[in-house]
Design a protein around this ligand. Structure first.
Ligand code: FVH
Length: 289
Protein backbone atom coordinates (compact mmCIF):
# COMPACT_ATOMS: atom_id res chain seq x y z
CA UNK A 1 0.00 0.00 0.00
CA UNK A 2 1.53 3.34 -1.01
CA UNK A 3 1.00 6.48 1.06
CA UNK A 4 -1.17 7.90 -1.70
CA UNK A 5 -3.78 5.16 -1.62
CA UNK A 6 -7.32 6.22 -2.56
CA UNK A 7 -9.71 6.88 0.33
CA UNK A 8 -13.44 7.43 0.67
CA UNK A 9 -14.85 9.56 3.48
CA UNK A 10 -18.53 9.23 4.43
CA UNK A 11 -19.82 12.14 6.53
CA UNK A 12 -18.66 15.72 6.07
CA UNK A 13 -19.39 17.32 9.42
CA UNK A 14 -16.57 19.19 11.13
CA UNK A 15 -14.55 16.04 11.76
CA UNK A 16 -15.33 14.22 8.50
CA UNK A 17 -14.34 17.35 6.55
CA UNK A 18 -11.08 17.61 8.52
CA UNK A 19 -10.35 13.95 7.75
CA UNK A 20 -11.03 14.39 4.03
CA UNK A 21 -9.00 17.61 3.94
CA UNK A 22 -6.05 15.86 5.61
CA UNK A 23 -6.09 13.01 3.10
CA UNK A 24 -6.31 15.46 0.21
CA UNK A 25 -3.42 17.55 1.50
CA UNK A 26 -1.27 14.42 1.76
CA UNK A 27 -2.01 13.51 -1.85
CA UNK A 28 -4.58 10.74 -1.44
CA UNK A 29 -7.20 10.57 -4.18
CA UNK A 30 -10.24 11.27 -2.00
CA UNK A 31 -13.91 10.56 -2.67
CA UNK A 32 -16.48 12.09 -0.31
CA UNK A 33 -20.18 11.79 0.43
CA UNK A 34 -22.50 13.50 2.88
CA UNK A 35 -26.19 12.96 3.61
CA UNK A 36 -26.96 16.62 2.99
CA UNK A 37 -25.63 17.68 -0.36
CA UNK A 38 -23.44 20.81 -0.67
CA UNK A 39 -21.05 20.16 2.22
CA UNK A 40 -18.47 18.74 -0.19
CA UNK A 41 -18.14 21.95 -2.25
CA UNK A 42 -14.90 23.27 -0.75
CA UNK A 43 -13.42 19.75 -0.73
CA UNK A 44 -14.31 19.43 -4.42
CA UNK A 45 -12.41 22.67 -5.07
CA UNK A 46 -9.44 21.11 -3.28
CA UNK A 47 -9.61 18.09 -5.57
CA UNK A 48 -12.06 15.64 -3.96
CA UNK A 49 -14.57 13.65 -6.00
CA UNK A 50 -18.05 14.14 -4.59
CA UNK A 51 -20.45 11.20 -4.90
CA UNK A 52 -24.23 11.40 -4.99
CA UNK A 53 -24.72 8.24 -2.95
CA UNK A 54 -22.80 6.53 -0.17
CA UNK A 55 -22.69 3.27 -2.16
CA UNK A 56 -21.12 5.08 -5.15
CA UNK A 57 -18.51 6.67 -2.85
CA UNK A 58 -17.69 3.30 -1.29
CA UNK A 59 -17.13 1.75 -4.73
CA UNK A 60 -14.39 4.32 -5.46
CA UNK A 61 -11.79 3.24 -2.85
CA UNK A 62 -10.51 0.15 -1.01
CA UNK A 63 -10.43 2.12 2.25
CA UNK A 64 -13.70 3.66 3.49
CA UNK A 65 -13.76 6.00 6.49
CA UNK A 66 -17.07 6.84 8.11
CA UNK A 67 -17.33 9.69 10.62
CA UNK A 68 -20.85 10.83 11.42
CA UNK A 69 -22.67 12.12 14.49
CA UNK A 70 -23.43 8.84 16.29
CA UNK A 71 -24.14 5.15 15.80
CA UNK A 72 -27.76 5.76 14.72
CA UNK A 73 -26.27 7.74 11.84
CA UNK A 74 -23.65 5.04 11.17
CA UNK A 75 -26.41 2.41 10.93
CA UNK A 76 -28.38 4.59 8.51
CA UNK A 77 -25.37 5.26 6.32
CA UNK A 78 -24.32 1.60 6.24
CA UNK A 79 -27.88 0.48 5.46
CA UNK A 80 -27.63 2.64 2.34
CA UNK A 81 -24.23 1.16 1.46
CA UNK A 82 -25.24 -2.49 1.87
CA UNK A 83 -23.28 -5.05 -0.13
CA UNK A 84 -21.17 -2.36 -1.86
CA UNK A 85 -18.89 -2.65 1.19
CA UNK A 86 -17.88 -6.24 0.32
CA UNK A 87 -14.09 -6.55 -0.12
CA UNK A 88 -13.41 -3.11 1.39
CA UNK A 89 -11.84 -2.02 4.64
CA UNK A 90 -14.34 -0.06 6.72
CA UNK A 91 -12.85 2.35 9.27
CA UNK A 92 -15.42 3.81 11.63
CA UNK A 93 -14.22 6.97 13.41
CA UNK A 94 -17.60 7.84 14.90
CA UNK A 95 -17.62 8.08 18.71
CA UNK A 96 -19.67 5.52 20.61
CA UNK A 97 -19.63 2.63 23.08
CA UNK A 98 -17.50 -0.52 22.74
CA UNK A 99 -20.68 -2.56 22.30
CA UNK A 100 -21.79 -0.47 19.31
CA UNK A 101 -18.31 -0.75 17.80
CA UNK A 102 -18.41 -4.56 18.13
CA UNK A 103 -21.89 -4.67 16.57
CA UNK A 104 -20.70 -2.60 13.60
CA UNK A 105 -17.73 -4.97 13.32
CA UNK A 106 -20.17 -7.91 13.07
CA UNK A 107 -22.17 -6.02 10.41
CA UNK A 108 -19.00 -5.51 8.38
CA UNK A 109 -18.08 -9.17 8.75
CA UNK A 110 -21.54 -10.28 7.55
CA UNK A 111 -21.15 -7.99 4.54
CA UNK A 112 -17.67 -9.23 3.58
CA UNK A 113 -15.67 -6.21 4.77
CA UNK A 114 -12.73 -5.95 7.15
CA UNK A 115 -13.49 -3.67 10.11
CA UNK A 116 -11.35 -1.18 12.02
CA UNK A 117 -12.87 0.94 14.75
CA UNK A 118 -11.28 4.20 15.82
CA UNK A 119 -11.63 6.89 18.46
CA UNK A 120 -10.43 10.40 17.70
CA UNK A 121 -9.03 12.34 20.63
CA UNK A 122 -8.53 15.71 18.93
CA UNK A 123 -10.32 18.81 17.75
CA UNK A 124 -10.91 19.00 13.99
CA UNK A 125 -8.20 21.69 13.39
CA UNK A 126 -5.62 19.40 15.06
CA UNK A 127 -6.29 16.49 12.75
CA UNK A 128 -3.22 15.45 10.83
CA UNK A 129 -0.92 17.01 13.43
CA UNK A 130 1.01 15.58 16.37
CA UNK A 131 -1.74 16.94 18.66
CA UNK A 132 -4.20 14.35 17.36
CA UNK A 133 -4.36 10.95 19.08
CA UNK A 134 -6.35 8.14 17.52
CA UNK A 135 -7.05 4.72 18.98
CA UNK A 136 -7.67 1.83 16.58
CA UNK A 137 -8.78 -1.78 17.02
CA UNK A 138 -10.31 -4.56 14.94
CA UNK A 139 -8.74 -6.28 11.95
CA UNK A 140 -4.97 -6.27 12.51
CA UNK A 141 -4.28 -7.27 8.91
CA UNK A 142 -6.37 -4.40 7.54
CA UNK A 143 -4.76 -1.95 9.98
CA UNK A 144 -1.27 -3.02 8.93
CA UNK A 145 -2.20 -2.83 5.22
CA UNK A 146 -3.53 0.72 5.59
CA UNK A 147 -1.34 1.96 8.44
CA UNK A 148 0.53 4.62 6.40
CA UNK A 149 -2.79 6.14 5.30
CA UNK A 150 -4.37 6.01 8.76
CA UNK A 151 -1.25 7.51 10.36
CA UNK A 152 -1.78 10.62 8.21
CA UNK A 153 -4.56 11.51 10.66
CA UNK A 154 -2.35 11.72 13.76
CA UNK A 155 -0.61 9.64 16.43
CA UNK A 156 -2.18 6.24 15.93
CA UNK A 157 -2.15 3.26 18.29
CA UNK A 158 -3.61 -0.18 17.57
CA UNK A 159 -5.10 -1.71 20.74
CA UNK A 160 -5.98 -5.22 19.55
CA UNK A 161 -8.33 -7.33 17.49
CA UNK A 162 -11.39 -6.81 19.72
CA UNK A 163 -13.17 -4.05 17.76
CA UNK A 164 -14.39 -2.52 21.05
CA UNK A 165 -10.92 -1.71 22.41
CA UNK A 166 -10.45 1.56 20.53
CA UNK A 167 -13.69 2.78 22.07
CA UNK A 168 -12.66 1.58 25.54
CA UNK A 169 -9.57 3.79 25.23
CA UNK A 170 -11.57 6.71 23.83
CA UNK A 171 -14.34 6.50 26.44
CA UNK A 172 -11.85 6.20 29.32
CA UNK A 173 -9.84 9.19 28.05
CA UNK A 174 -12.97 11.30 27.59
CA UNK A 175 -14.34 10.28 31.01
CA UNK A 176 -11.03 11.13 32.71
CA UNK A 177 -11.22 14.58 31.16
CA UNK A 178 -14.86 15.18 32.14
CA UNK A 179 -14.39 13.95 35.74
CA UNK A 180 -11.42 16.25 36.17
CA UNK A 181 -12.93 19.24 34.40
CA UNK A 182 -16.26 19.22 36.26
CA UNK A 183 -14.25 19.32 39.51
CA UNK A 184 -12.23 22.19 38.08
CA UNK A 185 -15.37 24.14 37.14
CA UNK A 186 -16.74 23.77 40.69
CA UNK A 187 -13.40 24.90 42.10
CA UNK A 188 -13.39 27.96 39.84
CA UNK A 189 -16.62 28.99 41.60
CA UNK A 190 -14.71 28.88 44.88
CA UNK A 191 -11.79 30.81 43.40
CA UNK A 192 -14.06 33.51 41.99
CA UNK A 193 -16.08 33.72 45.22
CA UNK A 194 -12.80 34.43 47.06
CA UNK A 195 -12.03 37.28 44.65
CA UNK A 196 -9.24 35.51 42.79
CA UNK A 197 -9.07 35.87 39.00
CA UNK A 198 -10.22 32.49 37.57
CA UNK A 199 -8.15 32.92 34.38
CA UNK A 200 -4.95 33.65 36.28
CA UNK A 201 -5.64 30.77 38.69
CA UNK A 202 -6.24 28.44 35.72
CA UNK A 203 -2.85 29.42 34.29
CA UNK A 204 -1.16 28.54 37.57
CA UNK A 205 -3.00 25.20 37.77
CA UNK A 206 -1.98 24.42 34.19
CA UNK A 207 1.64 25.03 35.14
CA UNK A 208 1.58 22.96 38.31
CA UNK A 209 -0.38 20.15 36.65
CA UNK A 210 2.06 19.98 33.76
CA UNK A 211 4.86 19.36 36.25
CA UNK A 212 3.19 17.22 38.91
CA UNK A 213 0.43 15.21 37.30
CA UNK A 214 2.13 13.12 34.58
CA UNK A 215 4.39 11.30 37.10
CA UNK A 216 1.52 11.03 39.61
CA UNK A 217 -0.81 9.42 37.06
CA UNK A 218 1.90 6.92 36.20
CA UNK A 219 2.44 6.06 39.88
CA UNK A 220 -1.32 5.63 40.44
CA UNK A 221 -1.78 3.41 37.37
CA UNK A 222 1.05 1.13 38.47
CA UNK A 223 -0.22 1.02 42.07
CA UNK A 224 -3.71 0.00 40.90
CA UNK A 225 -2.30 -2.67 38.58
CA UNK A 226 -0.02 -4.14 41.27
CA UNK A 227 -2.34 -3.65 44.25
CA UNK A 228 0.53 -2.04 46.16
CA UNK A 229 -0.10 1.52 47.26
CA UNK A 230 2.78 3.89 48.10
CA UNK A 231 2.13 7.08 50.09
CA UNK A 232 1.46 9.13 46.93
CA UNK A 233 0.37 12.68 47.83
CA UNK A 234 1.45 11.72 51.38
CA UNK A 235 -0.01 9.18 53.82
CA UNK A 236 -3.82 9.13 54.00
CA UNK A 237 -3.69 9.87 57.74
CA UNK A 238 -2.11 13.25 56.92
CA UNK A 239 -4.26 13.96 53.85
CA UNK A 240 -7.47 13.22 55.78
CA UNK A 241 -6.68 15.86 58.40
CA UNK A 242 -7.28 18.57 55.77
CA UNK A 243 -10.59 17.24 54.48
CA UNK A 244 -12.97 18.82 57.03
CA UNK A 245 -11.48 22.29 56.41
CA UNK A 246 -11.56 21.72 52.67
CA UNK A 247 -15.24 20.73 52.76
CA UNK A 248 -16.19 23.53 55.19
CA UNK A 249 -14.44 26.14 53.02
CA UNK A 250 -16.36 25.04 49.94
CA UNK A 251 -19.65 24.79 51.79
CA UNK A 252 -19.23 28.28 53.27
CA UNK A 253 -19.04 29.67 49.73
CA UNK A 254 -21.97 27.63 48.40
CA UNK A 255 -19.65 25.44 46.30
CA UNK A 256 -20.58 21.81 45.63
CA UNK A 257 -19.02 19.29 48.06
CA UNK A 258 -20.26 16.02 46.53
CA UNK A 259 -16.89 14.78 45.28
CA UNK A 260 -14.95 16.06 48.33
CA UNK A 261 -17.36 14.22 50.62
CA UNK A 262 -16.74 11.06 48.60
CA UNK A 263 -12.97 11.51 48.93
CA UNK A 264 -13.29 12.02 52.69
CA UNK A 265 -15.58 8.98 53.12
CA UNK A 266 -13.16 6.77 51.16
CA UNK A 267 -10.19 8.08 53.19
CA UNK A 268 -12.01 7.42 56.47
CA UNK A 269 -12.90 3.89 55.35
CA UNK A 270 -9.37 3.14 54.20
CA UNK A 271 -7.81 4.49 57.39
CA UNK A 272 -10.31 2.53 59.51
CA UNK A 273 -9.26 -0.60 57.60
CA UNK A 274 -5.68 -0.01 58.81
CA UNK A 275 -4.19 1.58 55.69
CA UNK A 276 -3.52 5.14 56.88
CA UNK A 277 0.11 4.87 55.78
CA UNK A 278 -0.88 4.37 52.13
CA UNK A 279 -1.48 7.17 49.62
CA UNK A 280 -4.34 8.53 47.53
CA UNK A 281 -4.11 5.66 45.01
CA UNK A 282 -5.17 3.23 47.77
CA UNK A 283 -8.70 4.70 47.67
CA UNK A 284 -9.05 2.55 44.55
CA UNK A 285 -9.30 -0.48 46.84
CA UNK A 286 -12.41 1.05 48.47
CA UNK A 287 -14.24 1.51 45.16
CA UNK A 288 -15.28 -2.15 44.85
CA UNK A 289 -14.98 -4.58 41.95
N1 FVH B 1 -15.88 17.76 16.47
C1 FVH B 1 -15.14 17.37 17.48
O1 FVH B 1 -14.53 18.18 18.13
C2 FVH B 1 -15.01 15.92 17.85
C3 FVH B 1 -13.85 15.50 18.61
C4 FVH B 1 -13.71 14.07 18.96
C5 FVH B 1 -14.60 13.09 18.25
N2 FVH B 1 -15.67 13.61 17.48
C6 FVH B 1 -16.63 12.68 16.95
O2 FVH B 1 -16.65 12.74 15.52
C7 FVH B 1 -17.95 12.39 15.07
C8 FVH B 1 -18.42 13.46 14.07
O3 FVH B 1 -18.42 14.69 14.73
P1 FVH B 1 -18.52 16.06 13.91
O4 FVH B 1 -17.82 17.10 14.72
O5 FVH B 1 -18.07 15.89 12.52
O6 FVH B 1 -20.10 16.35 13.98
P2 FVH B 1 -20.96 17.34 13.07
O7 FVH B 1 -20.12 18.47 12.60
O8 FVH B 1 -22.17 17.65 13.86
O9 FVH B 1 -21.37 16.44 11.80
C9 FVH B 1 -22.23 15.36 11.93
C10 FVH B 1 -22.19 14.55 10.66
O10 FVH B 1 -23.05 13.39 10.83
C11 FVH B 1 -23.98 13.38 9.74
N3 FVH B 1 -25.20 12.73 10.15
C12 FVH B 1 -25.94 12.97 11.26
N4 FVH B 1 -27.00 12.17 11.31
C13 FVH B 1 -26.99 11.43 10.18
C14 FVH B 1 -27.80 10.39 9.64
N5 FVH B 1 -28.88 10.00 10.29
N6 FVH B 1 -27.44 9.83 8.46
C15 FVH B 1 -26.34 10.25 7.80
N7 FVH B 1 -25.48 11.21 8.25
C16 FVH B 1 -25.82 11.78 9.44
C17 FVH B 1 -24.16 14.82 9.37
O11 FVH B 1 -24.72 14.89 8.08
P3 FVH B 1 -25.61 16.15 7.63
O12 FVH B 1 -26.40 16.59 8.84
O13 FVH B 1 -24.64 17.19 7.18
O14 FVH B 1 -26.48 15.63 6.56
C18 FVH B 1 -22.71 15.32 9.44
O15 FVH B 1 -22.01 14.94 8.30
C19 FVH B 1 -18.86 12.29 16.28
O16 FVH B 1 -19.07 10.93 16.62
C20 FVH B 1 -18.07 13.00 17.37
O17 FVH B 1 -18.35 12.53 18.68
C21 FVH B 1 -15.80 14.97 17.11
Amino acid sequence: MTTTAPVTVLGLGQMGSAIAETFLKRGHPTTVWNRTAGKGASLAEAGASVSDTAAEAVAASPLVVVCVLDYEAVDEVLAGVGDAIAGKVLVNLTSGSPGRARATGRWADEHGAAYIDGGIMADPPDLGTSNAFISFSGSREAFEDHEPTLRELGNSTFYGTDAGLASVEFMAQVATGYELLIGFLHTLRLVRAEGVDPAEFAERVAESMAVGYPPLLTVIGKAVRDGEFPPDLGPLSVQAALMDDLIDHRRSLGVDVTRMREVKRLMDERIAAGHGDEGFSSLFAQLGG
